[in-house]
Ligand binder design. Structure first.
Ligand SMILES: [Zn+2]
Length: 411
């Protein structure tokens, strides 16, 4: 196995080295937005890599690169991740999973075994949503969840719509709804953890149990602007003072629930002047958890706190729901194949939830999907410092390779 691992590692390092050069911000991390020159260059590199390992390669109408290995059945096991990045991101997020998937296909091809199912390696487009504030684009397209009209309403900072960007890139946005695929049997994704857990636990592989659900709401507390010096304490309606009473409980409440996090990352104070009592405070709460009950329990407790605040202070509040995305469970059967492989190969592994969104959540809501995580150095991600060891990525390749064989009836 040592030689096998070494070759996989070398291939991964070589490919990631080449791919990180396809960035709009050389020297300042990877910036690879959809429908750009960097995207096209990365895709043509991936196309060559896929062809080199013997796959039949095509670019689909979502802007994804797909390499196919025909099996006995046309039903398809898909393995891959995204090639796009955030602004000033790292060289591993998404793309490492694509490079790993190509290695899985190489091993299968070189084994000479005929797969029960066909295999497709996919490099998905616009997962991050960094350009158009949407994301998970290829997954949604493959599951028939996009309409042409939607593509016209999503625009980037320059006012260019997804529709226009796709057309300029040579794709057919008017046909996006017809892009739905019914032949995908399962989806597997290898991805860097983007958090510190695996490293802290000294594990080489993470088997993802669930991609967390998210509840996001914008809350505005309405007070009254008055002179900061002349208004006595018992007569003022200070929106910030009342907001802090509610906000300060959010973190501690999240700590009461297993595998939950809650964040207030946006806060706006009006008029935000040092000698005026704040008239209004708007904040956005982002609650994530592994099950709906723990997410909603936190959310309703927050609403109860707001009611209490309102009753005691006389201030009012408004709530605007921004998002609710259900937690998505990964497939038990594929997870058990991952686990079996880790045990057989004596890899150190653990189960964990994913706190970030991934392509696997779109597929996992509709069909069997599973994810493997590899440790992120220092838990850093979405920054140029992002790094994972090629040796860990290579181990994930072998685990996915074993799982695909089992799923295809070869093991
Ligand atoms: Zn990613």
């Amino acid at each position: 196995m040592a030689n096998e691992l070494k070759l996989i590692e070398d291939n991964i390092i070589k490919a990631l080295d080449a791919l990180q050069k396809f960035t709009a911000t050389p020297g300042f991390g990877v910036t690879r937005f959809p429908y750009t020159k960097e995207a096209r260059d990365a895709c043509s590199y991936l196309k060559k890599r896929m062809e080199a390992v013997g796959l039949a390669v095509r670019m689909d109408n979502s802007g994804a690169v797909i390499g196919r290995l025909e099996g006995k059945s046309p039903a398809t096991i898909m393995i891959g991740s995204h090639f796009d990045s955030v602004k000033h991101g790292g060289a591993y997020d998404g793309i490492a999973g694509v490079v790993c998937a190509i290695e899985v296909a190489r091993l299968l091809k070189e084994s000479g075994m005929e797969l029960g199912y066909s295999l497709e390696v996919i490099a998905t487009n616009d997962e991050e949503g960094a350009r158009f504030n949407a994301g998970l684009f290829t997954g949604k397209a493959l599951l028939g969840q996009l309409t042409c009209e939607e593509l016209k309403t999503q625009v980037d900072v320059d006012g260019i719509s997804v529709y226009q960007a796709m057309a300029a890139y040579g794709l057919k946005p008017e046909e996006i709804a017809e892009h739905k695929r019914d032949d995908i049997k399962a989806f597997i994704e290898i991805h860097i953890e983007q958090g510190p857990v695996l490293e802290a636990e000294h594990k080489e592989i993470g088997i993802v149990d669930v991609i967390v659900g998210i509840k996001r709401a914008r809350i505005r507390i309405n007070g009254r602007a008055d002179h900061a010096g002349t208004m006595p304490m018992h007569m003022r309606k200070d929106a910030l003072e009342q907001a802090t009473k509610v906000i300060s409980k959010i973190g501690d409440r999240a700590r009461l629930f297993r595998n939950c996090v809650a964040t207030v990352g946006f806060l706006q104070v009006e008029p935000n002047v040092m000698n005026i009592i704040p008239q209004s405070v708007t904040f956005v709460v982002d609650i994530r958890g592994v099950d709906e009950e723990s997410i909603m329990a936190q959310y309703y407790s927050l609403l109860a706190d707001l009611d209490k605040m309102s009753l005691e202070s006389g201030l009012t509040y408004d709530v605007e729901n921004l998002l609710y995305a259900e937690p998505v469970l990964m497939d038990e059967e594929i997870k058990s194949y991952f686990e079996m492989s880790c045990i057989n190969r004596e890899f150190e592994y653990m189960h964990l939830p994913s706190g970030a969104g991934h392509d696997a959540q779109i597929f996992g809501a509709k069909l069997p999907a599973a994810m493997l995580f590899v440790p992120s150095a220092g838990g850093r991600s979405h920054c140029p410092e992002e790094k994972s060891e090629a040796s860990d990525l290579a181990k994930a390749v072998l685990v996915a390779y074993d799982a695909v064989q089992t799923m295809s009836g070869l093991k």
